[in-house]
Design a protein around this ligand. Structure first.
Ligand code: HEM
Ligand code: HEM
Length: 145
């Protein structure tokens, strides 16, 4: 790729990351209400679960977009991968978000492990998002004018 700069690409990455973090926060809130209303004494709004799932699917897609941007941009700039710890954090976050979505699809009364797996993976995902965001912020500095 012979573009003057990849700045526009990293700008999209920054915006997508903002949306991803917003999505994560909303998932934490809606997930907490789901957990609270699991007891039969408290009424749960019918739209809450579909909203949580829609937010989750959106976040998975955003993370996959960020993966594609990172890979395409890095290959375009260097012709190879693996230029910083950001690669490791990026792959980790992709693995965690896919595991979270898979564990969510397993949640059922007869599979109590799926719910605790969903919660553990989502905690780790929060840490992973911080790591990939901070390291991404660091590597993007050299593209800034
Ligand atoms: C990756 C995409 C995600 C999908 C597709 C998803 C989907 C689901 C589903 C289907 C349930 C079961 C709802 C029920 O019991 O009726 C659930 C529960 C829950 N989710 Fe998610 N979720 C995702 C991400 C997240 C994230 C990122 C968080 C936290 C930041 C989160 C927090 C929770 C919580 C707290 C519960 C309630 C567990 C309980 O009842 O004890 N989810 N999720
Ligand atoms: C879920 C979030 C993200 C994922 C999964 C992700 C993934 C990746 C991957 C796999 C690479 C290739 C790294 C390499 O081979 O060395 C990369 C590169 C890169 N990413 Fe990200 N990224 C994310 C967020 C961000 C953010 C928020 C920024 C900042 C705006 C950013 C900026 C960059 C830059 C500048 C590179 C080029 C690497 C370099 O110049 O050393 N990324 N990303």
């Amino acid at each position: 790729m012979n573009l003057p700069s990849f700045l526009w690409l990293w700008r999209i990455a920054a915006w997508s990351m903002g949306l991803t973090l917003t999505g994560y926060s909303l998932l934490a809130v809606t997930g907490s209400v789901l957990s609270y209303t699991r007891s039969k004494t408290v009424e749960r709004s019918a739209w809450l679960r579909p909203l949580h799932i829609a937010l989750g699917i959106t976040m998975v897609m955003l993370v996959l977009v960020l993966l594609a941007i990172g890979l395409i941009g890095t290959l375009g700039e260097y012709g190879s991968l693996g230029h910083s710890i950001h690669l490791l954090f990026g792959l980790l976050v992709v693995a965690l978000v896919l595991t979270s979505a898979w564990s969510a699809s397993r949640i059922a009364l007869e599979r109590p492990w799926a719910r605790s797996l969903h919660l553990t993976v989502n905690g780790l995902l929060g840490l992973g998002l911080m790591a990939v965001g901070l390291s991404g912020w660091q590597v993007v500095q050299k593209y800034l004018p």
